[in-house]
Design a protein around this ligand. Structure first.
Ligand code: 5FU
Length: 273
């Protein structure tokens, strides 16, 4: 059967990339396909929210460049929380430059992303050199890359042949590119006639997930976990303001539990209808 009709555990066995395998195993172990995006600007808030949602997530997504009081101790604490609560880390860096530059941005600077982030992502717009550049840093460390094949926002340009070309770029780098940021499954998209792609299993991580509102004032569009996981076949739901934007710690915990449950019920409905 198509990969998304198999269990996360079955799929984990077939992945060679260490980050993809670890993510699938974590999802299975914690019964959670929830990734929380912690888009806050203060170190203390960032760590507090992660400590609250940690038990309910497989993955924590970061934008470390928005943290005003960033320093290397933040990364030490983040790694401690990752071990304490058993989740992986995804820096949503959206690299978009030439291979040589992204290799430096990934390994160096203030953030040294490759040294702590299991997964990161890149726009395919510069062409395959962006993957080669990031792989030169990430592959020796056992990291995984997602390509942005689609986006969640109104009017975005990642559609049609652009999306198909992103999938083809990923197929040429199967050891390092573990999947996509996308709104639905990419199975067979962009394949040449006779190209054997039936067994491919790219992970689909999907932002733009919310249960209470349809969007924001800047083009974000939300779908429910059911629409994303059951109807569109995506693997991980990414939720930001729907969880961390809810006020009290108790409410944040409650929303994390709620999205974990909704995401998991949708997955169960998919693999055993
Ligand atoms: F690639 C994308 C995309 O297409 N849409 C997104 O929303 C990434 N995102 C990220 O997911 C965005 O940068 C936020 O960090 C997060 C969504 O946050 P929200 O608060 O759930 O809207």
């Amino acid at each position: 059967p198509s990969a998304h009709l198999q269990t996360y555990a079955q799929r984990a066995e077939k992945h060679a990339n260490p980050a993809a395998k670890a993510l699938l195993e974590t999802i299975e172990r914690k019964s959670s396909n929830l990734c929380v995006s912690v888009d806050v600007t203060k170190k203390a808030d960032f760590l507090r929210i992660i400590d609250i949602v940690g038990p309910y997530v497989c993955l924590v997504k970061t934008h470390v460049d928005i943290i005003e009081d960033f320093d290397s101790s933040l990364i030490d604490r983040l790694k401690e929380l990752s071990a304490k609560h058993d989740f992986l880390i995804f820096e949503d860096r959206k690299f978009a430059d030439i291979g040589n530059t992204v290799a430096l941005q990934y390994s160096s600077g203030v953030h040294k992303i490759a040294s702590w982030s299991h997964i990161t992502n890149a726009h395919p717009v510069p062409g395959p050199g962006i993957v080669t550049g990031l792989a030169s840093v990430g592959t020796p460390l056992g990291r995984g890359l997602l390509l942005l094949a689609e986006m969640s926002t109104k009017g975005n340009l990642a559609t049609g042949t652009y999306t198909a070309d992103a999938v083809r770029m990923a197929r040429a780098h199967r050891d390092f590119v573990i999947g996509f940021i996308a709104m639905h499954r990419m199975d067979g998209i962009g394949a040449q006639a006779g190209e054997a792609v039936e067994d491919e299993d790219f992970l689909i991580l999907t932002p733009g997930v919310g249960l209470d509102v349809k969007g924001d004032s800047m083009g974000q569009q939300y779908r429910t976990p059911r629409e994303v996981v059951l109807e569109s076949g995506c693997d991980v739901i990414i939720v930001g303001r729907g969880i961390y934007g809810k006020g009290s710690d108790a409410e944040v915990r409650e929303q994390a539990e709620r999205y974990r449950r909704e995401g998991w019920v949708a997955y169960e409905g998919r693999v055993s209808p």
